[in-house]
Design a protein around this ligand. Structure first.
Ligand SMILES: [Zn+2]
Length: 251
C-alpha cells in the first residue's frame, strides 16, 4: 500500500543521516575542563560560569538515573559524558543547527546549551528536563542505533520518558493539530510541525505503553523493523495509526 510504503521510507530515513556509532573518544573531552563528576556522569564545559548550571543538571541527572535505566532496562558500562555550553550562539555554531540539546551518536556525548543563570524556576525546570530527554536518546540509541532512524519513536520516547509529554498534556486543552497518517509518515513531519510533532509522537508512545505495556515498547526499541513493529501491534501500521487517531479524537 502506498501509505505503508511511505511510512516505511520514513522509518528508514528518519531525520538523522549520521548514525555511525564510534567509540567515545577521550581526546574529544580533553580540551574541555571537567566541571563536575557524579556517580554516573562527567560534566565538561568550556565556560567557567557553568558551575551552578552543571550542579543543577547533575542533580537532576542522578535523581532520574535509576528510574530510566530501570524503565528500558539498560545500563551503559561507562559514565555518561555531558558537554554543557552556556553560550547559545557558540553552541549552535558548533552543532550546526538551531537546537539547545542533542545526543551525538557519533561520539556518544550529550551536548547541551544551558544558561549560566538558572535562577528562574521555570527556565531551570525546562533545562533540567532537557538533560533527561537527551539521556533517554542516549540509552535507547545505545540499545539499538537503528532507533535513531525512526524519529517518531526516538523523539516520542524521549518526550514521554522525560516527563515533558505529561506536562504538555496538562496544559493543552484541545488536540486540534493532531496529524493525519500522511502528515505523520512524512519524513519532514518534525520540521513542518515543530513542537506538535514531539507531542503527538510522545502521545503515540504513551498509547503503546498504556495499551501493550512497557515490555512491548522495549521490544520495539530492540527490534524497530516495521514488520516486527506490526507484529507487536498485531495490525498493520496504518490500521494502528487509525486506532490511535480515533483514541486521541475522543479525548
Ligand atoms: Zn530529542
Amino acid at each position: 500500500m502506498k501509505l505503508r510504503q511511505r511510512f516505511f521510507i520514513f522509518a528508514l530515513i528518519g531525520s538523522s543521516p549520521l548514525l555511525i556509532v564510534l567509540p567515545a573518544c577521550s581526546s574529544m573531552t580533553d580540551n574541555l575542563p571537567l566541571i563536575q563528576e557524579t556517580s554516573h556522569a562527567r560534566f565538561y564545559s568550556p565556560n567557567e560560569h557553568a558551575v551552578n548550571s552543571v550542579a543543577s543538571l547533575a542533580e537532576t541527572f542522578e535523581a532520574n538515573y535509576n528510574r530510566l535505566i530501570g524503565l528500558f532496562p539498560y545500563e551503559a558500562k561507562d559514565k555518561t559524558i555531558i558537554h554543557v555550553y552556556t553560550d547559545r550562539d557558540a553552541y549552535q555554531a558548533m552543532i550546526g543547527r538551531d537546537t539547545e540539546g542533542t545526543y551525538d551518536a557519533r561520539d556518544g556525548i550529550i551536548k547541551v546549551y544551558t544558561p549560566a543563570d538558572l535562577s528562574d524556576e521555570i527556565i531551570r525546570h525546562n533545562f533540567n528536563e532537557q538533560i533527561i530527554h537527551e539521556f533517554v536518546h542516549l540509552l535507547i540509541q545505545q540499545i539499538n542505533p537503528e532507533v535513531g532512524h525512526l524519529k517518531w519513536l526516538d523523539e516520542g520516547i524521549a518526550y514521554y520518558a522525560a516527563g515533558q509529554l505529561e506536562e504538555e498534556m496538562q496544559s493543552k486543552t484541545s488536540y486540534f493539530d493532531i496529524p493525519t497518517f500522511e502528515q505523520f509518515a512524512d519524513h519532514d513531519y518534525f520540521n513542518k510541525a515543530h513542537g506538535a510533532a514531539y507531542f503527538y509522537s510522545g502521545l503515540m508512545v504513551k498509547y503503546i505503553v498504556d495499551t501493550y505495556g512497557i515490555v512491548t515498547l522495549n521490544d520495539m526499541i530492540r527490534q524497530p523493523e516495521q514488520a516486527h513493529i506490526q507484529q507487536l501491534l498485531t495490525m498493520p501500521i496504518d490500521q494502528f495509526f487509525k486506532t490511535w487517531h480515533d483514541a486521541m479524537l475522543s479525548k
